[in-house]
Design a protein around this ligand. Structure first.
Ligand code: GLN
Length: 380
Protein backbone atom coordinates (compact mmCIF):
# COMPACT_ATOMS: atom_id res chain seq x y z
CA UNK A 1 0.00 0.00 0.00
CA UNK A 2 1.46 3.39 -0.95
CA UNK A 3 2.09 5.98 1.73
CA UNK A 4 -0.01 8.67 0.07
CA UNK A 5 -3.29 6.81 0.53
CA UNK A 6 -5.99 8.41 2.67
CA UNK A 7 -7.38 6.60 5.69
CA UNK A 8 -10.56 5.86 3.75
CA UNK A 9 -8.58 4.36 0.88
CA UNK A 10 -6.61 2.21 3.26
CA UNK A 11 -9.75 0.96 4.98
CA UNK A 12 -11.25 0.01 1.59
CA UNK A 13 -8.30 -2.35 1.19
CA UNK A 14 -9.05 -4.25 4.43
CA UNK A 15 -11.36 -7.22 4.71
CA UNK A 16 -13.55 -7.49 7.78
CA UNK A 17 -11.97 -9.52 10.57
CA UNK A 18 -12.57 -13.18 9.75
CA UNK A 19 -12.25 -14.02 13.45
CA UNK A 20 -15.19 -11.84 14.34
CA UNK A 21 -17.11 -12.81 11.21
CA UNK A 22 -16.89 -16.46 12.31
CA UNK A 23 -18.41 -15.55 15.68
CA UNK A 24 -21.33 -13.96 13.83
CA UNK A 25 -21.70 -17.11 11.75
CA UNK A 26 -21.48 -19.28 14.88
CA UNK A 27 -24.43 -17.34 16.30
CA UNK A 28 -26.36 -17.50 13.04
CA UNK A 29 -26.00 -21.29 12.72
CA UNK A 30 -26.17 -21.97 16.46
CA UNK A 31 -22.73 -23.53 16.26
CA UNK A 32 -20.17 -24.32 18.96
CA UNK A 33 -17.81 -21.39 18.67
CA UNK A 34 -14.18 -22.48 18.50
CA UNK A 35 -13.29 -19.43 16.40
CA UNK A 36 -12.87 -16.08 18.20
CA UNK A 37 -10.69 -16.53 21.26
CA UNK A 38 -12.69 -15.83 24.37
CA UNK A 39 -12.93 -17.90 27.53
CA UNK A 40 -16.04 -19.76 28.40
CA UNK A 41 -15.57 -19.90 32.15
CA UNK A 42 -17.37 -17.41 34.40
CA UNK A 43 -15.66 -14.25 35.56
CA UNK A 44 -14.35 -14.63 39.13
CA UNK A 45 -16.95 -13.58 41.76
CA UNK A 46 -14.70 -11.01 43.44
CA UNK A 47 -13.88 -9.34 40.11
CA UNK A 48 -17.57 -9.17 39.20
CA UNK A 49 -18.48 -7.81 42.62
CA UNK A 50 -15.89 -5.04 42.42
CA UNK A 51 -17.21 -3.91 39.03
CA UNK A 52 -20.83 -4.06 40.23
CA UNK A 53 -19.97 -2.18 43.42
CA UNK A 54 -18.26 0.47 41.32
CA UNK A 55 -21.40 0.94 39.26
CA UNK A 56 -23.56 1.02 42.41
CA UNK A 57 -21.32 3.56 44.07
CA UNK A 58 -21.68 5.85 41.07
CA UNK A 59 -18.17 5.41 39.71
CA UNK A 60 -19.73 5.78 36.29
CA UNK A 61 -17.96 8.78 34.83
CA UNK A 62 -14.76 9.04 32.83
CA UNK A 63 -11.65 7.97 34.63
CA UNK A 64 -8.61 10.12 34.03
CA UNK A 65 -7.54 9.45 30.49
CA UNK A 66 -4.46 7.35 31.32
CA UNK A 67 -6.53 5.07 33.59
CA UNK A 68 -7.50 4.98 37.25
CA UNK A 69 -4.42 5.59 39.37
CA UNK A 70 -5.09 2.51 41.49
CA UNK A 71 -5.16 0.32 38.40
CA UNK A 72 -2.00 1.81 36.91
CA UNK A 73 -0.22 1.22 40.24
CA UNK A 74 -1.44 -2.37 40.28
CA UNK A 75 -0.30 -2.95 36.70
CA UNK A 76 3.10 -1.48 37.57
CA UNK A 77 3.30 -3.97 40.47
CA UNK A 78 2.35 -6.87 38.19
CA UNK A 79 4.89 -5.79 35.56
CA UNK A 80 7.60 -5.67 38.22
CA UNK A 81 6.78 -9.00 39.83
CA UNK A 82 5.74 -11.05 36.84
CA UNK A 83 7.53 -9.44 33.90
CA UNK A 84 10.55 -8.11 35.78
CA UNK A 85 10.26 -4.63 34.31
CA UNK A 86 9.94 -1.34 36.16
CA UNK A 87 7.55 1.35 34.98
CA UNK A 88 6.45 4.59 36.58
CA UNK A 89 2.66 4.34 36.82
CA UNK A 90 2.27 8.10 36.42
CA UNK A 91 3.92 8.49 33.05
CA UNK A 92 4.69 5.05 31.69
CA UNK A 93 1.46 3.08 31.92
CA UNK A 94 -1.79 3.77 30.08
CA UNK A 95 -4.98 1.75 30.44
CA UNK A 96 -6.59 1.16 27.05
CA UNK A 97 -9.81 -0.30 25.66
CA UNK A 98 -8.40 -3.78 25.29
CA UNK A 99 -4.96 -4.59 23.97
CA UNK A 100 -6.22 -4.10 20.41
CA UNK A 101 -6.51 -0.38 21.12
CA UNK A 102 -3.04 -0.45 22.64
CA UNK A 103 -1.62 -1.95 19.42
CA UNK A 104 -3.41 0.63 17.28
CA UNK A 105 -2.32 3.53 19.51
CA UNK A 106 1.29 2.29 19.53
CA UNK A 107 1.39 2.10 15.73
CA UNK A 108 -0.37 5.44 15.17
CA UNK A 109 1.87 7.09 17.76
CA UNK A 110 5.20 5.70 16.62
CA UNK A 111 5.12 5.01 12.88
CA UNK A 112 6.02 7.54 10.19
CA UNK A 113 5.08 7.08 6.53
CA UNK A 114 7.17 4.33 4.91
CA UNK A 115 8.41 2.96 8.25
CA UNK A 116 8.48 -0.81 8.14
CA UNK A 117 7.12 -3.04 10.86
CA UNK A 118 8.35 -6.62 10.99
CA UNK A 119 5.48 -8.95 11.82
CA UNK A 120 5.78 -12.68 12.40
CA UNK A 121 3.40 -14.58 10.19
CA UNK A 122 0.87 -16.09 10.91
CA UNK A 123 -0.32 -13.08 12.93
CA UNK A 124 -3.30 -11.80 14.88
CA UNK A 125 -5.49 -10.09 12.27
CA UNK A 126 -5.51 -6.64 13.86
CA UNK A 127 -1.78 -6.03 13.45
CA UNK A 128 -1.76 -5.35 9.72
CA UNK A 129 -4.60 -2.78 9.64
CA UNK A 130 -2.95 -1.04 12.62
CA UNK A 131 0.35 -0.71 10.74
CA UNK A 132 -1.37 0.29 7.55
CA UNK A 133 -3.60 2.96 9.14
CA UNK A 134 -0.42 4.39 10.65
CA UNK A 135 0.99 4.68 7.08
CA UNK A 136 3.58 2.03 7.82
CA UNK A 137 4.50 -1.01 5.78
CA UNK A 138 4.14 -4.48 7.21
CA UNK A 139 6.97 -6.86 6.38
CA UNK A 140 6.45 -10.53 7.16
CA UNK A 141 8.70 -13.28 8.45
CA UNK A 142 7.12 -16.71 8.67
CA UNK A 143 7.11 -18.95 11.75
CA UNK A 144 7.55 -22.56 10.61
CA UNK A 145 5.08 -25.37 11.29
CA UNK A 146 7.37 -26.59 14.05
CA UNK A 147 7.16 -23.13 15.62
CA UNK A 148 10.59 -21.77 14.81
CA UNK A 149 11.46 -18.29 13.65
CA UNK A 150 13.78 -18.07 10.64
CA UNK A 151 16.73 -16.01 11.86
CA UNK A 152 18.32 -15.62 8.42
CA UNK A 153 15.02 -14.40 7.03
CA UNK A 154 14.62 -11.89 9.89
CA UNK A 155 18.15 -10.59 9.25
CA UNK A 156 17.35 -10.17 5.56
CA UNK A 157 14.08 -8.41 6.21
CA UNK A 158 15.27 -5.75 8.64
CA UNK A 159 17.09 -2.67 7.42
CA UNK A 160 17.22 1.09 7.55
CA UNK A 161 13.47 1.41 7.09
CA UNK A 162 12.54 -0.97 9.90
CA UNK A 163 11.08 1.01 12.79
CA UNK A 164 9.41 -1.70 14.86
CA UNK A 165 9.49 -5.45 15.39
CA UNK A 166 6.17 -6.70 16.69
CA UNK A 167 6.61 -9.68 19.00
CA UNK A 168 3.63 -11.66 20.23
CA UNK A 169 4.56 -14.29 22.80
CA UNK A 170 2.89 -16.67 23.57
CA UNK A 171 1.90 -16.42 19.95
CA UNK A 172 -1.55 -16.27 18.39
CA UNK A 173 -2.29 -18.41 16.38
CA UNK A 174 0.66 -20.88 16.45
CA UNK A 175 0.99 -21.13 20.24
CA UNK A 176 4.73 -20.61 19.96
CA UNK A 177 6.40 -19.48 23.19
CA UNK A 178 9.46 -17.46 22.18
CA UNK A 179 12.57 -19.03 23.72
CA UNK A 180 15.32 -17.16 25.48
CA UNK A 181 17.46 -17.64 22.36
CA UNK A 182 14.71 -16.13 20.20
CA UNK A 183 14.36 -13.17 22.50
CA UNK A 184 18.12 -12.60 22.71
CA UNK A 185 18.33 -12.79 18.93
CA UNK A 186 15.54 -10.19 18.56
CA UNK A 187 17.20 -8.02 21.18
CA UNK A 188 20.44 -8.05 19.18
CA UNK A 189 18.56 -7.21 15.99
CA UNK A 190 16.83 -4.27 17.70
CA UNK A 191 20.08 -2.94 19.13
CA UNK A 192 22.14 -3.44 15.96
CA UNK A 193 19.59 -1.72 13.73
CA UNK A 194 18.14 0.81 16.16
CA UNK A 195 14.68 -0.77 16.05
CA UNK A 196 11.85 -0.49 18.58
CA UNK A 197 10.02 -3.54 19.87
CA UNK A 198 6.28 -3.67 20.45
CA UNK A 199 5.36 -6.77 22.43
CA UNK A 200 1.89 -8.24 22.71
CA UNK A 201 1.92 -10.34 25.87
CA UNK A 202 -1.78 -11.04 26.14
CA UNK A 203 -1.27 -14.77 26.75
CA UNK A 204 1.62 -14.47 29.23
CA UNK A 205 -0.19 -16.60 31.81
CA UNK A 206 -0.97 -19.39 29.35
CA UNK A 207 2.28 -21.28 28.94
CA UNK A 208 2.34 -25.09 28.82
CA UNK A 209 5.94 -25.55 27.72
CA UNK A 210 8.79 -23.13 28.19
CA UNK A 211 8.63 -19.84 30.03
CA UNK A 212 7.16 -16.43 29.29
CA UNK A 213 9.89 -13.86 28.73
CA UNK A 214 9.35 -10.12 28.34
CA UNK A 215 11.64 -8.46 25.83
CA UNK A 216 11.64 -5.24 27.88
CA UNK A 217 13.35 -7.09 30.74
CA UNK A 218 16.44 -7.86 28.64
CA UNK A 219 19.49 -5.64 28.92
CA UNK A 220 19.26 -2.34 27.02
CA UNK A 221 15.76 -3.14 25.74
CA UNK A 222 13.68 -1.25 28.29
CA UNK A 223 14.06 2.12 26.62
CA UNK A 224 13.17 0.79 23.17
CA UNK A 225 10.24 -1.48 24.05
CA UNK A 226 6.51 -0.88 24.22
CA UNK A 227 4.90 -3.68 26.28
CA UNK A 228 1.24 -4.47 25.78
CA UNK A 229 -1.04 -6.69 27.81
CA UNK A 230 -4.65 -7.11 28.74
CA UNK A 231 -7.20 -8.50 31.15
CA UNK A 232 -9.65 -10.00 28.64
CA UNK A 233 -8.51 -13.57 28.29
CA UNK A 234 -7.01 -14.51 31.64
CA UNK A 235 -9.88 -13.09 33.69
CA UNK A 236 -12.65 -13.90 31.22
CA UNK A 237 -13.72 -10.31 30.68
CA UNK A 238 -13.26 -9.84 26.93
CA UNK A 239 -16.34 -7.62 26.72
CA UNK A 240 -15.07 -5.20 29.36
CA UNK A 241 -12.33 -3.92 27.06
CA UNK A 242 -9.52 -3.33 29.51
CA UNK A 243 -5.90 -3.59 28.39
CA UNK A 244 -2.76 -1.58 28.90
CA UNK A 245 0.37 -0.27 27.29
CA UNK A 246 3.62 0.33 29.18
CA UNK A 247 6.55 2.24 27.70
CA UNK A 248 9.23 4.75 28.63
CA UNK A 249 7.90 8.29 28.86
CA UNK A 250 9.24 9.48 25.49
CA UNK A 251 7.63 6.58 23.64
CA UNK A 252 4.47 6.83 25.71
CA UNK A 253 3.82 10.50 24.97
CA UNK A 254 2.59 10.05 21.37
CA UNK A 255 0.76 6.84 22.33
CA UNK A 256 -1.11 8.69 25.05
CA UNK A 257 -2.15 11.39 22.58
CA UNK A 258 -3.71 8.81 20.28
CA UNK A 259 -5.51 7.20 23.21
CA UNK A 260 -6.65 10.63 24.48
CA UNK A 261 -8.29 11.52 21.17
CA UNK A 262 -9.76 8.14 20.29
CA UNK A 263 -11.29 6.42 23.30
CA UNK A 264 -10.69 9.03 26.06
CA UNK A 265 -10.54 6.28 28.67
CA UNK A 266 -11.37 2.63 29.29
CA UNK A 267 -14.71 1.97 31.08
CA UNK A 268 -14.29 3.16 34.68
CA UNK A 269 -16.20 0.45 36.63
CA UNK A 270 -14.42 -2.24 34.68
CA UNK A 271 -11.07 -0.69 35.51
CA UNK A 272 -12.00 -1.20 39.16
CA UNK A 273 -12.91 -4.80 38.38
CA UNK A 274 -9.46 -5.17 36.79
CA UNK A 275 -7.83 -3.94 40.02
CA UNK A 276 -9.54 -6.82 41.80
CA UNK A 277 -8.41 -9.24 39.08
CA UNK A 278 -4.83 -8.40 39.96
CA UNK A 279 -5.57 -9.36 43.58
CA UNK A 280 -6.43 -12.95 42.65
CA UNK A 281 -4.16 -15.57 44.22
CA UNK A 282 -1.63 -17.66 42.31
CA UNK A 283 -3.99 -20.65 42.58
CA UNK A 284 -6.35 -18.88 40.17
CA UNK A 285 -3.69 -19.01 37.44
CA UNK A 286 -2.69 -22.56 38.31
CA UNK A 287 -6.29 -23.78 37.94
CA UNK A 288 -6.71 -21.94 34.67
CA UNK A 289 -3.54 -23.42 33.28
CA UNK A 290 -4.45 -26.91 34.38
CA UNK A 291 -7.80 -26.60 32.63
CA UNK A 292 -6.32 -25.25 29.41
CA UNK A 293 -3.62 -27.91 29.36
CA UNK A 294 -6.32 -30.57 29.61
CA UNK A 295 -8.37 -28.88 26.89
CA UNK A 296 -5.30 -28.58 24.65
CA UNK A 297 -4.39 -32.23 25.04
CA UNK A 298 -7.96 -33.34 24.49
CA UNK A 299 -8.34 -31.28 21.31
CA UNK A 300 -4.96 -32.40 20.00
CA UNK A 301 -5.62 -36.11 20.60
CA UNK A 302 -9.13 -35.85 19.19
CA UNK A 303 -8.05 -34.09 16.00
CA UNK A 304 -5.27 -36.64 15.56
CA UNK A 305 -7.98 -39.26 15.07
CA UNK A 306 -9.40 -37.37 12.09
CA UNK A 307 -8.03 -36.35 8.72
CA UNK A 308 -7.21 -32.98 10.29
CA UNK A 309 -3.56 -32.63 11.28
CA UNK A 310 -3.14 -30.49 14.41
CA UNK A 311 0.00 -28.64 15.57
CA UNK A 312 0.46 -28.69 19.33
CA UNK A 313 0.77 -25.22 20.88
CA UNK A 314 3.21 -24.43 23.70
CA UNK A 315 1.11 -21.52 24.90
CA UNK A 316 -2.08 -19.42 24.44
CA UNK A 317 -5.32 -21.27 23.65
CA UNK A 318 -5.32 -21.78 19.92
CA UNK A 319 -4.43 -24.73 17.74
CA UNK A 320 -3.65 -24.52 14.06
CA UNK A 321 -4.50 -27.59 12.04
CA UNK A 322 -3.89 -28.68 8.47
CA UNK A 323 -7.01 -29.55 6.49
CA UNK A 324 -5.48 -30.27 3.10
CA UNK A 325 -6.73 -33.89 3.20
CA UNK A 326 -10.26 -32.56 2.67
CA UNK A 327 -9.61 -31.19 -0.79
CA UNK A 328 -11.01 -27.75 -0.12
CA UNK A 329 -9.55 -24.45 0.98
CA UNK A 330 -9.74 -22.98 4.48
CA UNK A 331 -12.69 -20.69 3.82
CA UNK A 332 -14.77 -23.36 2.18
CA UNK A 333 -13.87 -25.80 4.98
CA UNK A 334 -14.76 -23.30 7.74
CA UNK A 335 -17.97 -22.35 5.97
CA UNK A 336 -19.10 -25.93 5.55
CA UNK A 337 -18.09 -26.84 9.09
CA UNK A 338 -20.16 -24.06 10.63
CA UNK A 339 -23.21 -24.76 8.45
CA UNK A 340 -23.15 -28.55 8.26
CA UNK A 341 -21.55 -29.58 11.58
CA UNK A 342 -22.28 -26.43 13.55
CA UNK A 343 -18.69 -25.97 14.70
CA UNK A 344 -17.01 -22.61 14.03
CA UNK A 345 -13.26 -22.30 13.38
CA UNK A 346 -11.20 -19.53 11.76
CA UNK A 347 -9.84 -19.92 8.19
CA UNK A 348 -6.04 -20.00 8.27
CA UNK A 349 -5.56 -17.41 5.53
CA UNK A 350 -6.87 -14.70 7.86
CA UNK A 351 -3.55 -14.98 9.73
CA UNK A 352 -1.34 -14.68 6.64
CA UNK A 353 -0.39 -12.02 4.15
CA UNK A 354 -0.14 -14.84 1.64
CA UNK A 355 -0.90 -18.49 2.33
CA UNK A 356 -2.65 -20.33 5.14
CA UNK A 357 -5.32 -21.79 2.82
CA UNK A 358 -4.54 -25.30 4.08
CA UNK A 359 -5.02 -24.32 7.73
CA UNK A 360 -7.79 -23.55 10.18
CA UNK A 361 -7.53 -22.36 13.77
CA UNK A 362 -9.37 -24.01 16.64
CA UNK A 363 -9.71 -22.21 19.97
CA UNK A 364 -9.86 -24.51 22.99
CA UNK A 365 -11.09 -21.99 25.53
CA UNK A 366 -14.51 -23.64 25.75
CA UNK A 367 -15.84 -25.91 28.52
CA UNK A 368 -14.79 -29.54 28.15
CA UNK A 369 -18.34 -30.77 27.43
CA UNK A 370 -18.61 -28.32 24.53
CA UNK A 371 -15.23 -29.38 23.20
CA UNK A 372 -16.36 -33.00 23.44
CA UNK A 373 -19.59 -32.20 21.64
CA UNK A 374 -17.66 -30.30 18.95
CA UNK A 375 -15.36 -33.28 18.44
CA UNK A 376 -18.28 -35.68 18.25
CA UNK A 377 -19.78 -33.47 15.56
CA UNK A 378 -16.52 -33.88 13.70
CA UNK A 379 -17.10 -37.63 14.17
CA UNK A 380 -14.08 -38.48 16.28
N1 GLN B 1 -7.45 -12.31 19.93
C1 GLN B 1 -8.70 -12.95 19.67
C2 GLN B 1 -8.55 -14.02 18.61
O1 GLN B 1 -7.53 -14.12 17.98
C3 GLN B 1 -9.76 -12.02 19.21
C4 GLN B 1 -9.70 -10.70 19.80
C5 GLN B 1 -10.73 -9.80 19.22
O2 GLN B 1 -11.53 -10.20 18.38
N2 GLN B 1 -10.66 -8.59 19.66
O3 GLN B 1 -9.48 -14.75 18.41
Amino acid sequence: MGDTLSGAERVKGFSESMIREMTRKAKKYDAINLSQGYPDYPTHESVLKKAKDSVDSQLNQYSITWGEEELREKIAGKLKDFNEVDYDAEFEITVTCGSSEAIMAAMLGLIEPKDEVLIFQPFYENYVPAVSLASGRPVFSTISEDQKIDREDVKEKVGDDTKVILVNTPHNPTGKVFTEKDIRFLRDICLDHDILAVTDEMYERMVYEGEHLSLASFEDMWDRTVSIGGFSKVYSITGWRVGYVAAPKDLMEPIRKVHDYTTVCAPTPFQHGAVEALNLPESYYENMLEYYRKARDFLYESLKKTEIEPFKPQGAYYMLANISEYGMNDKEFADRLVKEKRVAVVPGSSFYDEGGEDLVRFCFSQEMDLLEEAMSRLKV
